[in-house]
Design a protein around this ligand. Structure first.
Ligand code: ADP
Ligand code: ASP
Ligand code: MG
Length: 428
């Protein structure tokens, strides 16, 4: 008997019909002789709607209350799914994150998992029930408060449970048939990948491909959990994210012997660019600036420092960070203007980031040239550049991002013949 963890995203449980469809799928999985643990997200865009509501009643930040509010979304889905499963004649029980033993640190809004003790889940499936767990949430042992793991965090709940329960597979059900060479909402000609290495999936997720939560991919790799990303709207085989580097040599019949050079293109609209203008060009200033930003709990992504103009003794430092962390970082930086001695600060939310990802980049010269040529042919101006061993990223202006993604996708021959199916969801 296999143990399968199945996670259903918001678009899969968006309404009563969706919940019933998911219930049927779960019942079929159990009837095929498996133990099933289900992780659910909040219905449709309800997490965004709760955030909108909060913004209407308060402009201040209320991290503890925000987590109480947002964690309610997943509780609604889990209870409704349990009822639909009872209606279908099976025995099911739902559990909140804390009841399921998801212990986190106390950082509201982006809590990290520190322990998983799913005793109640184990007991429930061992007596033949279907256990349903609310994704995206946990509890801090220090504060005894409810926490959330950050947007998209239900994927991470599912993998953490799969690892703790030693599940055979963790299935991530969503509104597209798997991981594609680009977001099918932006590139209709994107192709579904049969497999992707966890190394490449990590870069895709870190570069904004929200199909999988970054921490879910990291967790799956660390604990060797096989991830299968697929659609709850079709019976098609999805994409397997292979946890071990050696797995990539398991060539299936009919597949080319060498992996393609490029696995995909990712894009991200969730970042803003900060430019600190006229920073004294002396040792220690960059450390001061990034110390202040770290103190405001911001995660910095790309960094560019311009060469100081001859004789001016001053330079500009630009960096990107998540838009949601922008306000706090700006306040902290402005408060330190005199101590740091910079001249001014610029802030731009109208930017987009595009990344090209592929493990084959390491051994193939000419990838950068082709990439920049495609952008130049499409008339896209580049603001910032960063690279890793298997990724090239650029920042462009937001309104050119979609054009840039399609141009790069086509230049690397990633376009397929068919139009990728997007079954549901609003892309919000
Ligand atoms: P869920 O609610 O099921 O968690 P998400 O909205 O978080 O779903 O993630 C699924 C979406 O991710 C897709 O609808 C698609 O628009 C987007 N996406 C971005 N990049 C990719 C990619 N490379 N392959 C497939 N989907 C992608
Ligand atoms: N409901 C949460 C969100 O919208 C968590 C998730 O869906 O994974 O971010
Ligand atoms: Mg998601």
């Amino acid at each position: 008997m296999a143990l399968i963890v199945q996670k259903f995203g918001g678009s899969s449980v968006a309404d009563a019909e969706g919940i019933k469809r998911v219930a049927t799928r779960v019942v079929e999985t159990q009837a095929a002789g498996n133990q099933v643990v289900v992780v659910v997200s909040a219905m449709g865009d309800s997490t965004d709607e709760l955030l909108d509501l909060a913004a209407q009643v308060s402009t201040a930040s209320n991290p503890r209350e925000m987590d109480m509010l947002l964690s309610a979304g997943e509780r609604i889905s889990m209870a409704l799914l349990a009822m639909a499963l009872h209606e279908a004649g099976t025995s099911a029980q739902s559990f909140t994150g804390s009841q399921a033993g998801m212990i986190t640190d106390a950082i509201h809004g982006k809590a990290r998992i520190i322990a998983v003790s799913p005793h109640r889940i184990k007991a429930s499936i061992d007596k033949g029930d279907i256990a349903i767990v609310a994704g995206f949430q946990g509890m801090s042992r220090d504060s005894n408060d409810i926490t959330t793991l950050g947007r998209g965090g239900s994927d991470t709940t599912a993998v953490a449970l799969a690892a703790a329960l030693k599940a055979d597979v963790c299935e991530i059900y969503t509104d597209v048939d798997g991981v594609y060479t680009a977001d099918p909402r932006v590139v209709p000609a994107a192709r579904k990948l049969a497999t992707i290495s966890s190394e490449e999936m990590l870069e895709m997720a870190a570069s904004g491909a929200k199909i999988l939560h970054l921490r879910c991919v990291e967790y799956a790799r660390r604990f060797g959990v096989p991830l299968h990303v697929r659609s709850s709207f079709s019976q098609l085989e999805g994409t397997w994210v292979l946890p071990n580097p050696d797995d990539t040599i398991k060539i299936q019949e009919g597949e080319p012997l060498e992996q393609p050079i490029i696995s995909g293109v990712a894009h991200d609209r969730s970042e803003a660019k900060v430019t600190v203008v006229g920073v004294p060009d002396i040792p220690g200033k960059a450390a001061e600036i990034f110390g202040i930003v770290a103190g405001a709990h911001s995660n910095i992504d790309m960094i560019v420092q311009n060469v100081s103009t001859h004789g001016s003794g001053h330079t500009d430092i630009s960096f990107t960070l998540p838009i949601v962390e922008g306000a706090e970082a700006l306040t902290a930086l402005k408060a330190a203007q005199e101590t740091v001695g910079y001249e001014g600060i610029e802030y731009d939310e109208q930017i987009g980031k595009l990344s090209l990802i592929g493990a084959g980049m390491r051994s193939n010269p000419g990838v950068s040239y082709k990439f920049f040529k495609a952008l130049s042919d499409a008339g896209v101006n580049i603001d910032m550049i960063s690279t890793s061993e298997i990724r090239i990223s650029v920042v462009t202006s937001a309104h050119l991002l979609d054009t840039a993604v399609r141009a790069v996708h086509a230049a690397f021959d990633l376009d397929g013949d068919a139009v990728a199916t997007v079954y549901a969801g609003t892309g919000r």
